[in-house]
Design a protein around this ligand. Sequence first.
Ligand code: FAD
Ligand code: MLT
Ligand code: ZN
Length: 569
Amino acid sequence: MENWRPSYRLLKYSFFDRRANLKFLDSSRTSTPGRAYNFSRSCELFQQDVCFQRRKFSTFLRGSGNGVMASLQNVDDNRCRIGYRNFASMASTTVRNPSFSVINSDDIDYFKKILGESGVVQDEEKLDDANTDWMRKQKGSSKLMLQPKSTQEVSQILDYCNSRCLAVVPQGGNTGLVGGSVPVFDEVILNVRGMNNIISFDKASGILVCEAGCILENLISYLDNEGFIMPLDLGAKGSCQIGGNVSTNAGGLRLIRYGSLHGSVLGLEAVLANGTVLDMLGTLRKDNTGYDLKHLFIGSEGSLGIVTKVSILTPPKLSSVNLAFLACKDYTSCQKLLYQAKRNLGEILSAFEFLDINAMDLVLKHLDGLRDPLPSSTHNFYILIETTGSMESHDKEKLEAFLLQVMESGLVTDGVLSQDINQASSFWRIREGIPEALMKAGAVYKYDLSLPPEKMYDLVVEMRGRLGTEANVVAYGHLGDGNLHLNISAPQYNDSILSKIEPFVYEWTSKQRGSISAEHGLGLMKANKIHYSKSAETVKLMASIKTLLDPKGILNPYKVLPTSLLSHS
Ligand code: FAD
Ligand code: MLT
Ligand code: ZN
């Protein structure tokens, strides 16, 4: 098993050329462990990617050059008046909770005593990064970041902060897209990046137990060597931490196949606001003893506790992986294609992603080294279909029959199957690179919606009608999961644009009984919008749970729930 290396099918067809005579042109193989194409990228490529991702994220965090940010004003009173075009309606009206203390030198001394010098970060440049979110819309003014190395240290920190009434922001890789991972004011930043050990991996069951600070891509790489994969994969894998993934209940590119983290996470350890350690780190598939409290921490965005350890069920790595990049003339064809893919590809379907022509144009314009895989004519929609299975001949037969059918029925107008690992990576790069391209294009209004797939694109069309030439409406997402990423791109932030988008987008989604956050969470951006997707009674119960677990409200204040509902506000 040690030297097990996956195979990658080299195959290609151009549908137009070979409509009547589908066949695999090249069946030679490449053996490569790796990621995005997680089972098949080379180690070398993986290393480059880790570096690339890091560079990419730190560029976004540090740079201020492209006009996305407005000037930084003084945060001289207790109102959050940040010159960044922050999560407009929310952050600009947030008032600092006066019951929170301000850090003093005794606090710093205490933290140094328990964490040592290296665990107490006061360096300005590091703090600047940690205060700024990935979207560069939110900028806090924290003067302190703590980096514990054990659950015990996390517990000591929270016990102390709770007794002193110091507010705390849990932070992972800081790749969150809703302003949840950075301080709004001067909250202490708590980052568990120093807790990055793999505790155990059981090959028989595929159960991985690790600390919350492990970077997702490192876990993917570790598992690859063991012949397994992570059940989640997302574009931010080079920076995000598994603790952050669990705390946001991240979805990503594989949810269609492996389901949400509510299914894959078997257990976790979390530390409550008062320092109590909750050991729920089970590794059982079945355990119906009372309430399954771990689910409270999956997706609660650091508002109920700090996740310190995770146990997760990982699927075995399968040897036959294929990726098709297809074009459709209209959105109805994309939907029909999904319907057919679920039926015809069945258990081998492992991703079904879509992007529209505006997303494709944006990526080609702003990201270096990418080219249109289907350049011969103009298409309106693109679909990525990945299959993963254990038997090449079986997968080939299924995929061939499926592609033949959808071409002949006209659902697909053109397409290409990745021929080698580099081509597969470049296809994924087009899809995964859209958020980065959007950032390069200027200002971005980002919405992450769950909608009935048949209605999803109506919203995009309506939004284009509302905005006219004022902004570029870009659509992509996890079509297989009914998740639309609706992004409105403009040269600068502008109140006229915002007023045409909100509250329209939330009201529209609510009317469809959709969700205003499919996978990114509520964070600061949507804390006051929760009622568009949840009933008043449900939100009230959530507020009671928050108050029960964190009576002083020190954990990630101003996020997730409307502050007005919390008794400590
Ligand atoms: P952070 O951004 O640091 O934090 C996110 C939230 O979790 C915050 O509220 C924070 O307080 C809390 N938190 C972090 N760590 C802990 C902890 N240990 N304990 C308690 N609370 C904690 N998301 C998706 O769902 N699907 C995608 O496909 C996807 N793709 C992305 C692609 C790009 C390029 C980018 C930039 C982001 C993407 N995201 C996606 C959003 C983001 O990456 C995820 O939400 C991710 O799970 C956040 O992990 P993180 O470690 O960066 O957490
Ligand atoms: C994605 O699917 O690319 C992510 O969720 C990020 C985004 O929505 O921009
Ligand atoms: Zn997504």
